[in-house]
Write a protein that binds this ligand. Sequence first.
Ligand code: C5P
Length: 206
Amino acid sequence: MIIAVDGPTASGKGTIAKALAAHYGLPHLDTGLLYRAVGRQCLLDGGDPDDPVAALAACAFPEALLADPELRSEASGGLASRVSVHPAVRRALYERQRAFATQPGGAVLDGRDIASVIAPDADVKLFVTASTAARAQRRYAEMQAQGRAITLDAITADLAARDARDAARKDAPLVVAEGAVVLDTSALNRDGAIAAAIALVDARNA
Ligand code: C5P
């Protein structure tokens, strides 16, 4: 079974994808991490993330970079959203994601274009979303727990900028794919969101 989980930043899609993978015994790929690694590598190379040539070169990042905690920062998220605009970067990361999705037994992938581009053949497509205020509040709590100094206003502005960039880009914009079920987690806590997602997957497979 292939499960595609798409949605905007801090919607809860990563938490949901991980929980679905554990529940159904499937491997999980956080595809945002790949784009974050490209963004971070580009910065380390001294390249401009808005330059398609520099961003494409950064796709050859070393595997060890995926374990770098810095990839979880807001700064890395911003860089990821800039390098992910380039079609050449999306093409360079396609095979890796497609191979993961089509491995025997299935997989859970979360990102922005899983149901629309990487695995349009997914058995279940979830689009996880939440209001900007709810998402900003969650991200703020996460950053505080990690001891990162950042204000709620800065996070809200950053989320809005990334949403706009992800939705407006020409190649693989963030969209609700055909056949996807929308799960709004604004009013749900972690366990409630996971339970709702499992119920949706079970209903799709019934
Ligand atoms: O999900 P996450 O916040 O880690 O993603 C970081 C950025 O990477 C997103 O804002 C988006 O621009 C990009 N991304 C993408 N396609 C994906 C996953 C992430 O364009 N499948």
